[in-house]
Design a binder for this molecule. Structure first.
Ligand code: APR
Length: 174
């Protein structure tokens, strides 16, 4: 039985098979989680992003790609591109759900049995945290209900205690 674990922490320190990055479509790096992952993992992650950009022009919103994790304790980084919040009427919820689904799909395909996610889109991209938390929890739980054999653990790693509490509330509502 796969577990969804919610915890406070730093995504770069997670000892899991794959961590997920909240990237942008150009895979060009940035601040927030993206900056922390590239800093801690070293230049081989950006080199892999450069190759993906050259081959397929980056990563569409709601989709995901896999690279090395460089010096990180994880084996791989799954880069997914969340929606920019535009008020909720532009399909943001479906795109955000797609980020979690596509990332887990790639994890499964890569044989990554433990996966850690940050809170996608709720920093620079401005997605309201309570709505994003509800989508994250519901989408992950739906995938592991169907594909539980593929994963030992799926983790949401929240940087701030107040964010963790919002996710805990979302998990209890289900
Ligand atoms: N570990 C876990 N969570 C973190 C970490 C970390 N080391 N650093 C930041 N966070 C949290 C933030 O507190 C926020 O709740 O990650 C959440 C997502 O914030 P962002 O990293 O800003 O991601 P997002 O909103 O999806 O914006 C993506 O920002 O950095 C750029 O290149 C990135 O353009 C892209 C955009």
């Amino acid at each position: 039985m796969t577990r969804l674990v919610l915890l406070r922490g730093d995504i770069t320190e997670q000892r899991v098979d794959a961590i997920v990055n909240a990237a942008n479509r150009a895979l060009a790096g940035g601040g927030g989680v993206d900056g922390a992952i590239h800093r801690a993992g070293g230049p081989s992650i950006m080199a892999a992003c450069d190759r993906i950009r050259a081959e397929q022009g980056g990563c569409p919103t709601g989709s995901a790609v896999v690279t090395t994790a460089g010096r990180l304790p994880a084996k791989a980084v799954i880069h997914t591109v969340g929606p920019i919040w535009r008020g909720g009427g532009s399909g943001e919820a479906e795109v955000l759900a797609s980020c979690y689904r596509q990332s887990l799909h790639l994890a499964r395909a890569g044989g990554f049995r433990s996966v850690a996610f940050p809170s996608i889109s709720t920093g620079a991209y401005g997605y309201p945290l309570d709505q994003a938390a509800a989508i994250a929890v519901a989408t992950i739980n739906a995938v592991i209900a169907c594909e539980g054999d593929a994963f030992d653990e799926v983790r949401m790693v929240l940087f701030r205690q107040s964010d963790l509490e919002v996710y805990q509330t979302a998990a209890l509502r289900r």
